[in-house]
Design a protein around this ligand. Structure first.
Ligand code: BTN
Length: 262
């Protein structure tokens, strides 16, 4: 029988630097806040915070993140960003490496929806939240990763059921959180040295086979509240979504929230 922390020890034992040291909280408001506090108190590059459940889990664009105590993954990676790092692609890079991990190591059909959602069978499986801060003369990213691992259909609040899924729902069996964590950490660590040097090609190439939106009609809600629409036609190497609009123009979208057009 595994002791409470054994699965975490095991999951972080195979990486070189990512996941060491780690902090575990049975319950917390948000691992993003814990990570920020730990960074102020001297957390090194690669440290991670994980929680059993969150009472104020945060999502992108001011939304909350459904964070029940149901053997999901809620974690924040503390990462130092060198000046060469292409910051605008960090969320997408993490999503691509996470999707690759789930596909190759766990054989699950995961796709990436620009800018950084993990999708399976047309529903959202996980999300990435990037917060950037300056500390000790360097830029740091607090990268929050939330993945629905063992939520069942009936565990989701009614409004999320049509749009959210979990690894358990997709695979038809309960999954070991430690296996998922290990796969994610190894995959992100493996891609990191290329990404931090600004070599976008490596993950841009991987994204080509993972692009959930490609060829579909989408609407994108921009951060300033405007709505643009068109057919999604891939991304640029610096992470902008390419949209072909009905009047024949090409739009490059920096940031926003994309939805399939009904
Ligand atoms: C999104 O798709 O909106 C991003 C969701 C990010 C959720 C994770 S769970 C761990 C970390 N702590 C938080 O409060 N949020 C992120």
């Amino acid at each position: 029988m595994l002791k409470a922390m054994d699965w975490l020890e095991e999951a972080t034992a195979r990486t070189r630097w990512l996941g060491r040291p780690f902090k575990w909280k049975d319950r917390t408001k948000s691992t993003q806040d814990d990570a920020r506090q730990w960074l102020l108190n001297g957390a090194p590059h690669g440290a991670i915070v994980l929680a059993g459940y969150q009472t104020k889990g945060r999502g992108r664009m001011g939304r909350s993140w459904f964070s029940p105590a149901l053997e999901n993954l809620y974690m924040t990676l503390i990462l130092r960003l060198p000046p060469t790092a292409p910051l605008g692609t960090l969320g997408l890079f993490i999503a691509v490496r996470s999707a690759l991990a789930l596909r190759t190591r766990l054989r699950l059909p995961v796709m990436v929806k620009w800018p950084n959602d993990l999708m399976a069978e047309g529903k959202k499986l996980g999300g990435i939240l990037v917060e950037v801060t300056q500390e000790k003369g360097a830029m740091w990213a607090l990268v929050g990763i939330g993945i629905n691992v063992n939520v069942r259909e009936q565990d989701f609040p009614e409004e999320l059921r049509p749009i959210a899924t979990s690894l358990q729902i997709v695979s038809g069996k309960q999954l070991d959180r430690g296996e998922v964590l290990k796969a994610l950490l190894l995959s992100i660590e493996e891609g990191w040295s290329h990404w931090e040097k600004g070599k976008a090609e490596s993950f841009w190439q991987d994204f080509q086979n993972l692009d959930f939106l490609r060829g579909r009609s989408v609407q994108v809600l921009l951060p300033d509240g405007r709505l643009v629409e068109g057919v999604a036609s891939g991304i640029t190497k610096d992470g902008q979504l390419i949209l072909q609009t009905a009047d024949g123009t090409t739009l490059y979208v920096h940031a926003g929230e994309a939805h399939l057009k009904k």
